[in-house]
Design a protein around this ligand. Structure first.
Ligand code: C2O
Ligand code: CU
Length: 546
C-alpha cells in the first residue's frame, strides 16, 4: 500500500463558475478541489492549511468510515474544533475499500462556497471488478450554486425573523454553469468568461466509460442524464449494485454512483449532459455540459434543443429507482436478521423560539461549542445534554399528512448511546412541512459506518407484519446516504462497530444548520486521547499544552 501526501492551501478566490463573479473557497486554487485518487488500502495524508484569513475550516471525508480513526472525521463540534486561520490540520486515514467517495467542508454552511471534491479508490492488483470498461478517468461533481455568500445564508437561517435562502441560482457540472448575464454589468456577470465554458467530456466512439458521479449539492436533489445514451448503474456509495439501466440517474446530496456509458450513438455530433432539480419546484435552470464525440470539437454545441429532464414532482419514479438499487449478486453482505434496537425518527418542521427548525421526535438539535468526542473522553458531562435522545415519538396520534397543530419544538444536544457491536434499525419517517400539502426529500447520511437499506414505503410506518415483510434481507444495498421520500419512510440497519461519536444527519446544508441531525455514540471508551490539533475551542482550551 502507498502513502499519498497532499498539502492543500484553502483560500477565498473570485471565481466565475456560472459566469457570475463571486467569492468561492478553493483548494490550491481549484473548486471543485482535486480528485483524490488512491488504491484500496492506501494511506491518505492531507495537510490542510487554512488561509481563509477570517474563517475556520474543517474537512470531512464522506464515505470513508474512519475505522479506528474517529479523530480524523473532520466534523466541527463533533470530532474536532474547526481549524483557525493560519493553522494547519493534518488528516491521516486509510481508504480501506474501493469505490467512489467525496470530501467537503463540515463547518457551518461552508460547503456551499465550493469546498468539495471526489475521492476515487481503485481495486488493488489481483482483485478484479465484476464489470468491464475502457476508461475510468472521468468523474463528475454535481453541485448547486448561490450568488450570496455563505455568511448571508447562515445569517438568514439563524436570525429572527427566519429568512429562507430560496433556490440556488445555478446548477454546476464539474464547477461550471451558465447564469443568464443579459441584464447585468459585464464586470459582475460576463457570459464570455472562459471560466464558465461548459465542461466537456471527450469520448471515443464505441468505447465504454465508467463515470464516477458525486452529489455535492447544498440543497437540490438532482436528475442527471446524457442525451440519447443509457447509463448502467454499477456502484453506489462504494458498493457494487446489481446492474440496471436508466436514462435519468436520480442523485441526492451525499450520494456517489458509478455508471457505465457506451459511446454508441451517431459520432458526427456532440450530445448534451444535463442535470435538473427534482423534488422541489425548480426555480433553477438545468445545468449543462457537453458529451463530446471525438473528433468533433469539444466545445461544439449539440445541434438539438436540450431534452427536458423528468418531471420534478414524479416521486414515484424516484422511489422506483431507490428500490432498484440492490447489492450485486456475488457481492452480497447479508445483514443480521434481527435488530437489538429500533429507533424511529419522525422528521418534522417546526419553530423554536420563533425560528424555523427541523426536528427529530420533536427535538431540534443544537451542537455544543466543545466537540462531543473530546467532552466524552474527558467526562465533561456539562458540555452536552446527558438525557438520552428520544427513540420514538407518539406515532399513533401523529398525522403525517397535515400541518401539525403544535408548531413549537424543543432543542437539545442529547445523543443516542448504542451498545458496542449491537445491531440498530433506524426508521426515518417523513411528514408534512409547515406548508399545506408539502413534504420534502431528505438525504440522510451516516458517518463512520455503512448501513443496509432495508426498505422504503409510503405513508406511516408501523411494526405490522405487512411492513416488516417488505424488508429486503436478501440483497439489500449498503450505503452511507439514503433519501427519505415525501410522505414516506426509509428503514436502515447498521452495526455499531466503530468506536466513536458519529453524526447522522440530513445532507441538505440548510437543514443541518436548522437542527436536522442526531448523534450515535458507541464504544467511545476504546477511543484514544484527543490529539492536540483537534482542540482549541470551548472547554478544550484547558487541555492545550503551551
Ligand atoms: Cu457529507 Cu456529515 O456529511
Ligand atoms: Cu433535510
Amino acid at each position: 500500500a502507498r502513502v499519498h501526501n497532499y498539502t492543500w492551501e484553502i483560500t477565498y478566490q473570485f471565481k466565475s463558475q456560472d459566469c457570475y463573479k463571486k467569492l468561492a473557497i478553493a483548494i490550491n486554487g481549484m473548486t471543485p478541489g482535486p480528485v483524490i485518487s488512491a488504491t484500496e488500502g492506501d494511506t491518505i495524508i492531507v495537510n490542510v492549511i487554512n488561509r481563509l484569513i477570517m474563517e475556520n475550516v474543517a474537512i470531512h471525508w464522506h464515505g470513508i468510515r474512519q475505522i479506528g480513526t474517529p479523530w480524523m472525521d473532520g466534523t466541527d463540534s463533533v470530532t474536532q474544533c474547526a481549524t483557525l486561520p493560519g493553522d494547519t490540520f493534518t488528516y491521516q486515514f486509510v481508504v480501506d475499500r474501493a469505490g467512489t467517495y467525496m470530501y467537503h467542508s463540515h463547518y457551518g454552511v461552508q460547503k456551499e462556497t465550493g469546498l468539495y471534491g471526489l475521492i476515487k479508490v481503485t481495486v488493488p492488483p489481483g482483485k478484479s471488478e465484476p464489470f468491464k470498461y475502457d476508461d475510468d478517468r472521468h468523474s463528475i461533481v454535481l453541485s448547486d450554486w448561490y450568488h450570496s455568500s455563505s455568511y448571508a445564508e447562515a445569517t438568514k437561517l439563524t436570525s429572527l425573523p427566519f429568512v429562507w435562502i430560496g433556490e440556488p441560482q445555478s446548477l454546476l457540472i464539474n464547477g461550471r454553469g451558465k447564469y443568464d448575464c443579459s441584464n447585468l454589468n459585464a464586470n459582475v456577470c460576463n457570459a464570455t468568461n472562459p471560466e464558465c465554458l461548459p465542461y466537456s467530456l471527450t469520448v471515443v466512439p464505441g468505447k465504454t466509460y465508467r463515470l464516477r458521479i458525486g452529489g455535492l449539492t447544498s440543497l437540490s436533489a438532482l436528475s442527471f442524464q446524457i442525451e440519447g445514451h443509457n447509463m448502467t448503474v454499477v456502484e453506489a456509495d462504494g458498493h457494487y449494485v446489481e446492474p440496471f439501466v436508466t436514462q435519468n440517474l436520480y442523485i441526492y446530496s451525499g450520494e456517489t454512483y458509478s455508471v457505465l456509458v457506451t459511446a454508441n450513438q451517431a459520432s458526427s455530433r456532440n450530445y448534451w449532459m444535463s442535470t435538473n432539480v427534482v423534488g422541489r419546484k425548480p426555480a433553477t435552470p438545468p445545468g449543462l455540459a457537453i458529451f463530446n464525440y471525438y473528433p468533433n470539437h469539444f466545445h461544439k454545441l449539440p445541434p438539438t434543443t436540450l431534452p427536458p429532464g423528468p418531471a420534478w414532482n414524479d416521486t414515484r419514479a424516484r422511489i422506483n429507482q431507490s428500490l432498484a438499487i440492490k447489492a450485486r449478486q456475488g457481492f452480497i453482505q447479508s445483514p443480521p436478521s434481527t435488530a437489538d434496537k429500533v429507533i424511529v425518527l419522525l422528521n418534522t418542521q417546526n419553530t423554536f423560539e420563533g425560528r424555523r427548525r427541523w426536528s427529530l421526535n420533536n427535538v431540534s438539535h443544537t451542537l455544543p461549542h466543545t466537540p462531543y468526542l473530546i467532552a466524552q473522553k474527558k467526562n465533561w458531562t456539562d458540555v452536552f445534554d446527558q438525557t438520552p435522545a428520544p427513540e420514538s415519538y407518539d406515532f399513533q396520534n401523529y398525522d403525517i399528512y397535515s400541518v401539525q397543530g403544535n408548531t413549537n419544538t424543543t432543542s437539545s444536544s442529547s445523543i443516542y448511546r448504542l451498545k458496542f457491536n449491537s445491531t440498530v434499525d433506524v426508521i426515518l419517517q417523513n411528514a408534512n412541512t409547515m406548508n399545506v400539502n408539502d413534504s420534502e426529500t431528505h438525504p440522510w447520511h451516516l458517518h463512520g459506518h455503512d448501513f443496509w437499506v432495508l426498505g422504503y414505503g409510503d405513508g406511516k410506518f408501523n411494526m405490522s407484519s405487512d411492513i416488516l415483510e417488505k424488508y429486503n434481507l436478501v440483497d439489500p444495498i449498503m450505503k452511507n446516504t439514503v433519501p427519505l421520500h415525501p410522505y414516506g419512510w426509509t428503514a436502515l440497519r447498521f452495526r455499531a462497530d466503530n468506536p466513536g461519536i458519529w453524526l447522522f444527519h440530513c445532507h441538505i446544508e440548510a437543514h443541518y444548520l436548522m437542527g436536522m441531525l442526531v448523534l450515535f455514540e458507541s464504544g467511545s471508551e476504546m477511543v484514544g486521547e484527543p490529539p492536540q490539533q483537534n482542540m482549541g475551542c470551548g472547554r478544550t482550551k484547558s487541555l492545550m499544552k503551551p
